[in-house]
Design a protein around this ligand. Sequence first.
Ligand code: NAD
Length: 798
Amino acid sequence: MKIIEIFETMEYSPAPENPALALDWLKEHKSKFGLFINGKWCKAKSGKVFSTDNPASGKKLASISEAGKSDVDSAVRAAKLAFPKWKALSGHERARYLYALARQLQKHSRLFAVLETMDNGKTIRETRDIDIPLVIRHFYHHSGWAQLLESEFPEHMAIGPIGQIIPWNFPLLMLSWKVAPALAAGNTVVLKPAEYTSLTALLFAEICSQVGLPPGVFNLVTGPGQTGSLMVNHSDLKKIAFTGSTDVGRLIREATADTDKKLTLELGGKSPFIIFEDADLDSAIEGLVDAIWFNQGQVCCAGSRLLVQESVAEKVIDRLKRRMAKLRVGDPLDKSMDMGAIIAPIQKERIQNLVDQGKKEGAAIWQWEGKLPQNAEKKGDGCYFPPTLFTNVSPASIIAQTEIFGPVLVSMTFRTTDEAVMLANNSAYGLAASVWSENINQALHVAPKLKAGVVWINCTNQFDASVGFGGYRESGYGREGGHEGMFEYLKPKESGISKNQIRISGAKVKASATTALSLDRTAKLYIGGKQARPDSGYSLNVVNADGSLAGEIGDGNRKDIRNAVEAAHKASGWQSSTPHLRAQILYFLAENLETRAVEFKNRITQLTGVTEKQAALEVKTAVSRIFTYAALADKHEGLIHQPPMRGLALALNEPIGVLGLVCPDEAPLLSMLSMLLPAIAMGNSVVLVPSRPFALVATDFYQVLETSDVLSGVVNIVTGDSAKLGTVLAKHDDVAGLWVAGTKTECTEACKLSTGNMKIIWTNNGKQLDWFDNQQSEGREWMRRASQVKNVWIPYGE
Ligand code: NAD
């Protein structure tokens, strides 16, 4: 083609990246790979292998070992043995290893980029300019956290050997998000990459050898889901960090419910991309290209739901179609391609099925009409899918609700800001959101209202090692990256045994319902700021430590919990109230509790049988604890991250929403307040189930609440059989988080039953806490537990 013709057509010529480097590396290994365990390469004892193919051509790249049970056992054993020494290194020593890894990754970045493109099908433009630079940045950044660990996290320590399971869409990037913080914090790792994309993880293991990482610190087991499942069920792994689909996340949550394992889940999404009428429309359309056609739309936080203000909708859709027509889809190694291949035929089929579903549902489809490459190997259709747009989509339709995980955009319109927020939040997921408006006030007004872990203002798909990433709701919990991400790989240092031993009277609970008393002395439930009779109409006896009848409590049931949850949702004004106001109300609460200190002391003594001195100490500690949370209410502030861009990211600590609290029997006033206070200080509203035998302490306490200006519905108290009520809370999909301080069985049940909406859960796992111990039972750790971090990215400049 002549130069003049090129100027006229603006056609690109092919610009392929040379794959020789990666092919040589494969050849060097005879295209066969074992497992990396305890610093050595070994064959899988299972004897099984599977192949990894190039999605762009269908051609086999290599044979990979499939780790079975004894292989996973060996890898975990190696990680367990290596843990004490690795943890005992100084932060500086670990920092040097992470730095060395960053440097090696940097040196081999071209090989990594080409290999990733060949194994995954994503374009070289993305692996070269986005994935690999972010991986390198992650190791540099976490080398820094290793160096600063002792000074920045003095109250925390490493967890132990950790199992990490990652997906195929960002193979090396997901590895770095997991491995870098885990190692920086002093943990050792067993990692399983996705079965489609093991190659860059294998190359990374080689680099670990090159930098002399001590054997057993990083172990790599390759294989399918079953290999992951073996890790999940391994008792010596102290944490599972999982990124993948919400369905598998649920299975993992259930499988780990009766263990001590810490768990973080980074799951799927259906993220809204909101364009207001005052947005810079051309920028927004370029943003959309990045949001949904980046990595063929196989991105957990893809802006897959376009919400556009009605007044500009026609213009936006028209310009979008014109832009889509110009997208280049083809050989991923060609540097001028916008989109490469879909990971595997089965995924392409899944995308096609959902697209067919969209058509059946009556949405209008518009697809890119270019020529998709053929499969060079099999001479059939290549594993490519055309950029696709659906308009006229109903918000409840399957394509508007399901994560398609492909290059398919569904669009809807809105009229008002409130409607935009409502549509954006009309999803079970809550991973990310993108907001486009030239009016920064408008954008910053909307950002806190969106139920998403990340909000990008006038930008999209921004990631950085210093900025936490993770979801709300069914997108999972936990954060990866930044200061907030480090906590996921640490646990609080164990505190010593407190001087104040807890004694429980051992009062026998007589749980029979009775209506025998002539006068109705039943302490009622407390819902929406009012005392309420239980739906069942029944009450339960409460006895004193000496066996005499202390009174009666309402026998709450499912309907009472439902009413309480409804009331808690109506109290959303508490969430938007200022921390200063919440602090003032908490101080007032302390004042009012102290006024009735003698009454509470007597109640505790009579019910539990502890000495008067012990009961007085409990009340005094409770008052002090309220002061602590009044103090912390306006001090659990967020951070301003400074990613490498012209702009900043605000890490906001937000309340979780409606929290269910199931309180224990020991130290009934103090334990109840220790759970309640951080929750409400953070702005959550709660449904609280107090101790069954000592529930009268809670019903006395709502009288204190009534006099303390706590907004109606912020604290709702449902008495009754706490195990049963806990179960109802666990299953309730409008409860966003659940804390259970109960028996081992109750805790396990709560974990298992609450997977429906992926509640953020904390349990004591059946262990008795020392509620008098400030280190264990109050402070920032609890505030962190009561909050989730939202990162709002704000670029600036013209
Ligand atoms: P997947 O859940 O099928 O697999 C993820 C990983 O889990 C793979 O390594 C797989 O082998 C393993 N696995 C499968 N079954 C398992 C089991 N029963 N026990 C243990 N491990 C098991 O997901 P995928 O198809 O590989 O990835 C796509 C999904 O990942 C999408 O839903 C996407 O949104 C999500 N994702 C989320 C994030 C995030 O940060 N939130 C990032 C990337 C991808």
